[in-house]
Design a protein around this ligand. Structure first.
Ligand SMILES: NC(=O)c1ccc[n+]([C@@H]2O[C@H](COP(=O)([O-])OP(=O)(O)OC[C@H]3O[C@@H](n4cnc5c(N)ncnc54)[C@H](OP(=O)(O)O)[C@@H]3O)[C@@H](O)[C@H]2O)c1
Length: 429
């Protein structure tokens, strides 16, 4: 069937869950049925009908929203969904547990796909199993279109594109810094985090994926000079701030390295990236970095041991389906800055890209990042040399996602911090 003959432009699979409902609500607020043929997907027809009814009640434009039923345990139901639409975006997680049959169905049906996964072990599995088939089918499977890893990956693309344009040279290093973030966390996200730890304790490939900084690079290219993230608190003297290791570094850094590799190494084979959390200056910054690094170490240690992991999940994690309040989402915000350094003909330079918005990162902002990634795929608004494969936001969609997110209220800027003596870098939007 030709893509144009399909019944829907986009199915949001997982619309009854916390992140899926927010994504569906964003899309019905932002788009009209005449311009986006949308359907909601899930496993329970009654709950789906109730979400569709709530969204139509909240909307003036949408009088009805179609629903499609598909269960991860019934692959044929997902094949049917994949054949009915041009694009699927999915929030059904943990992806390690539920995600594979939909990727398989999309590759088979030639249906573009995007998700919110931060489960690095599962991304590696999808690369190994489906990248070649997705290349052959010309199908874009774009993982990590939420807070993991759009700010890091698209922020790096922004900094690198700016450096290449202003100085005719890429940044050899980028330091991705979560400068400011306020929001909440859902039961589904914590269950997905637990799924990564569980995979690491049972599956040697998952352990290798977490150990090797290049584990998401294409086969045959899984080594290089970059040793990966900071493990300890550190004083960043160029910015006069303290930094701690970032809990998202294990996925975001690997996604950024995969982008560089898939794009054909425009940032060089010796490109290095690190992601950290900035905790401020002076004694408070130092204390914050020490506390954050210690807390992350303790959490990792507890989650790595089966009985402790089960106890943490049982007593500390909210149930799947639960998440931050509307107030927390609307009062949240985040800024991620990407600090790049490179060498041009006339000397060294540094640039910074900033990416953020006034919504909580994991839900209000993630719903927009995923929704706009999906709309880029529906409209063919992509700037990428690749027609298909298991891709990243920067390599699979690229600059058009920045433009759409700016229109959706995000800040996305890049500028020169230090220019070589004869180069003139101007501020860029
Ligand atoms: N990267 C980011 O920025 C970001 C942000 C938010 C979330 N996430 C990720 O997104 C995922 C969802 O998070 P969430 O908080 O929305 O979780 P959630 O509320 O638990 O939602 C999970 C969804 O999966 C559905 N589901 C479960 N088992 C299924 C099956 N067998 N077949 C079909 N559907 C099934 C659930 O359906 P029912 O409603 O019928 O139970 C629900 O719709 C997680 O992996 C999380 O880590 C990532």
């Amino acid at each position: 069937m030709g893509a144009d003959a399909r019944q829907y432009d986009l199915v949001v699979w997982g619309a009854t869950g916390f992140a899926g409902r927010l994504t569906a609500a964003y899309l019905t607020e932002q788009y009209r049925p005449e311009t986006l043929s949308l359907a909601l997907g899930g496993r329970d027809p009654n709950r789906l009908a109730s979400v569709a009814a709530d969204l139509t009640d909240e909307s003036e434009a949408w009088e009805a929203i179609p629903t499609v039923v598909g269960d991860a345990t019934e692959p044929e139901s997902l094949q049917e969904i994949a054949r009915s639409t041009r694009v699927v975006c999915t929030t059904v997680g943990p992806y390690t547990r539920y995600g594979t049959p939909l990727v398989a169905a999309c590759v088979e049906a030639g249906t573009d796909y995007c998700d919110l996964t931060g489960e690095v072990n599962w991304i590696r599995e999808m690369i190994d199993r489906y990248h070649e088939a997705a290349v052959d089918a010309g199908t874009r499977i774009v993982h990590s279109c939420g807070f993991d890893s759009v700010p890091a990956d698209i922020g790096t693309l922004l900094a690198q594109s700016y450096a290449l344009e202003a100085f005719d040279a890429p940044c050899e290093t980028v330091r991705i810094s979560v400068d400011d973030a306020s929001g909440g966390v859902s039961g589904g996200t914590l269950a997905s985090m637990a799924a990564v730890f569980e995979a690491a304790s049972n599956d040697p490939l998952a352990r290798e994926t977490l150990r090797n900084p290049y584990s998401l690079a294409p086969a045959g290219e899984r080594d290089g000079v970059d040793t990966g993230g900071d493990r300890l608190p550190r004083h960043d003297s160029t910015r006069s701030v303290w930094t701690a290791p970032s809990p998202m570094a294990q996925v975001n850094e690997r996604v950024v390295r995969r982008s560089n590799a898939l794009l054909g190494y425009p940032w060089g084979r010796e490109f290095r990236c690190t992601e950290v959390v900035a905790t401020g200056s002076g004694l408070r910054g130092a204390a914050g970095a020490t506390l954050l690094a210690g807390g992350l170490g303790l959490f990792t240690a507890a989650m790595s041991v089966g009985p402790a992991r089960r106890a943490v999940r049982r007593f500390l994690f909210p149930a799947p389906g639960e998440g931050p309040s509307t107030e927390q989402i609307e009062n949240g915000h985040f800024t991620v800055s990407v600090h790049g350094r490179g060498t041009a003909r006339d000397g060294s330079f540094s640039v910074v890209a900033e990416f953020g918005t006034d919504l909580d990162p994991g839900y209000g902002a993630a719903a927009r990042m995923l929704g706009e990634s999906a709309v880029c795929l529906v409209r063919g608004h992509v700037d990428s040399p690749l027609d298909g494969g298991v891709l990243t936001p920067a390599s699979g969609i690229g600059a058009p996602l920045v433009d759409r997110l700016r229109d959706a209220g995000f800040t996305a800027t890049a500028r020169t911090v230090e220019a070589p003596s004869t180069a003139a870098g101007a501020d860029a939007k």
